[in-house]
Design a protein around this ligand. Structure first.
Ligand code: C5P
Length: 285
């Protein structure tokens, strides 16, 4: 039996470079894992089974966790089956990568439990077949990502801001696919290289931004209002994570944020990284 932490991610900045001919969008982004996440217990079994504390999540093969197990068998040829307990804290449709993180964590766990000895690099490459955000989680926790998200370049771990980070999730949830299609971009064959974003980020010259904010604020003026309120509440930086609907906020609020609007959830977090042979872990308090 193996118990693993499955961290949420945030996009420290996110540029949508353009729409590709295959329908995906070319991205330039830095992702970072945080010490807020789900907990997964895996054990070998006679058949695959997913047991989740959130009844709203599908526990059939449409769930990325079970897709990851199937992918592991397909790629390794190992006939192992797994019973998986998923204890969910990461809100869904929040831009926090919960499903992708769960899939990466389960792939890593299957590899450990069945002693298949597949390298993280191979797990990372395989995982791109079931989701664009999954390969990132096989980095050390801080990475510059391009392509549709699956080209992952490890970079120096981000320094935790001295005045703290909070994730703020409004009651509104947003479908990734729907937000991408709101961009209304015309497909193109080639794109300008945006690797200078990485250099700017590493040299501390990049002012955080997220290209999804414009379309999200256009369909939901309440989201723009919330961003403004969070800034008024004392945060220095408030940026949408992924395709939303969560914001990551840097700084110290000077008021009780949950009073800002009904259904708002606030998670104080720190950046989290992992070392070479270990998965992400946090000390539970
Ligand atoms: O790869 P994944 O299954 O996570 O993507 C979900 C959806 O998000 C895709 O079907 C696509 O509509 C959109 N997407 C995109 N460009 C990306 C990543 C995702 O258009 N780089």
């Amino acid at each position: 039996m193996l118990q693993l932490f499955s961290p949420a991610k945030i996009n420290l900045f996110l540029r949508v470079v353009g729409k590709r001919l295959d329908g995906y969008h070319e991205l330039s982004t830095v992702l970072q894992t945080v010490d807020f996440g789900d907990y997964i217990t895996l054990e070998q079994s006679d058949s695959d089974q997913l047991i989740c504390n959130d009844p709203a999540l599908p526990n059939d093969e449409s769930n990325l966790v079970l897709k990851a197990v199937k992918l592991f068998r397909l790629k390794t040829g190992i006939k192992s089956f797994f019973k998986i307990y998923l204890c969910k804290y990461i809100p869904t449709q929040a831009g926090l990568g919960g499903g992708s993180s769960n899939a990466a964590t389960v792939l890593w766990g299957c590899n450990q439990l069945s002693r298949a000895n597949v390298s993280d690099k191979d797990l990372q490459t395989w995982s791109a077949e079931i989701g664009s955000d999954i390969p990132f989680f096989f980095s050390k926790g801080t990475a510059y990502c391009t392509g549709r998200g699956e080209h992952v370049f490890d970079i120096e771990p981000s320094k935790n801001p001295s005045d703290g980070i909070s994730l703020v999730k409004p009651a509104l949830s947003l479908s990734t696919q729907a937000v991408f299609s709101l961009l209304g971009m015309t497909p193109k064959r080639e794109f300008k290289n945006h690797h200078s974003d990485r250099v700017d980020y590493e040299q501390g010259r990049l002012v955080p931004f997220n290209d999804f904010e414009a379309v999200v604020f256009a369909i939901s003026p309440e989201m723009r209002l919330l961003k403004n309120r969070l800034i008024e509440a004392g945060f220095k930086t408030v940026i949408l994570s992924g395709s939303g609907s969560s914001f990551y906020c840097i700084g110290k609020p000077n008021q009780n944020l949950t009073l800002l609007e009904p259904g708002l959830r606030v998670f104080p977090v720190s950046f989290l990284n992992r070392s070479c042979n270990d998965w992400y872990s946090v000390v539970r308090s």
